[in-house]
Write a protein that binds this ligand. Structure first.
Ligand SMILES: [Zn+2]
Ligand SMILES: [Zn+2]
Ligand SMILES: [Zn+2]
Length: 264
């Protein structure tokens, strides 16, 4: 059983399971935003991946600093960028804490298109004469080829967020798909065989650029995954306790701080 002997374990932490505004929404008095249930507090969507050797974060949204503090993250080997919407990159300035700790630039894996947007958004970090203390970002091309970061093997997979290509990621028996409402047959094939799926589902009603709950359930069923967790959730989804009670077996709304064991 050499195959099993060589299997490695990693842990996923849901850093945030909320849509772009987070939950609660500023000023909203709806029952979800007023809920005292911890499951109804959702920071912006991001995950942490930790293996024996590597610590990697997917996206650095506006809540990145708070997420790093909450999970007591003290080292970071790389950042993977799904796409450049503000709720996924707005906190990138705070990687400088890791620059200072590790005394080196932070590898940022992103598509060439996203790298252009990062350079515009954080122009001061790429200026010829830099202000002291600005983040040090080492932009690295990402395509659909396997990424090796220390002992982690990560496969980026293209999915569509209306007209915008976004990266999903597969590590062994696990996949993370945020900000998507279409998966091509080729990308679907690349996802086959996973056991655990974290997938975008913003609300129950149809949305122009995100999977609805019904659409995300359909993807999970087609992939025959054992455990599915929905993320990038809006307050319009309803209270976690109510929605979870209605979901099919093996499916739940993701929650902030959730840990998932994966093998690869
Ligand atoms: Zn988003
Ligand atoms: Zn609300
Ligand atoms: Zn987006």
């Amino acid at each position: 059983m050499r195959y099993f002997a060589s299997m490695k374990t990693a842990y996923i932490t849901i850093l945030g399971s909320g849509t772009s505004q987070g939950v609660p929404v500023i000023g909203c008095r709806c029952s979800v935003c007023s809920s005292n249930d911890k499951l109804d507090k959702r920071l912006r969507a991001s995950i942490l991946i930790e293996s024996a050797e590597a610590t990697v974060v997917v996206d650095t949204g506006p809540d990145f600093r708070q997420q790093m503090l909450r999970e007591k993250v003290t080292k970071m080997d790389a950042v993977l960028i799904t796409h450049c919407h503000k709720d996924h990159i707005a906190g990138m300035d705070d990687v400088r804490s890791f620059n200072f700790l590790q005394k080196k630039a932070m590898p940022i894996y992103a598509s060439p298109e996203d790298q252009k947007l990062i350079k515009t958004e954080f122009s001061y970090a790429f200026a010829e004469k830099k202000y002291p203390g600005v983040p040090s970002l080492d932009l690295i091309d990402m395509d659909e080829n396997l990424l090796k970061i220390k002992d982690l093997n990560i496969t980026p997979i293209r999915v569509m967020h209306r007209y915008l290509p976004v990266f999903a990621f597969r590590i062994g028996n696990f996949a993370y798909i945020t900000d998507a409402n279409y998966i091509s047959p080729e990308s679907f094939d690349a996802l086959k065989g996973i056991d655990i799926l974290v997938i975008d589902s913003v609300r129950k009603e149809k949305h122009i650029s995100h999977f609805s709950l019904g659409e995300a359930i359909e993807v999970a069923r087609k992939l025959e995954v054992k455990k599915t967790y929905f993320t990038h959730i809006s307050h319009l989804m309803g209270k976690a306790a109510d929605v979870n009670a209605e979901l099919p077996d093996g499916m739940l709304l993701a929650w902030d701080g959730q840990k998932i064991k994966i093998t690869y």
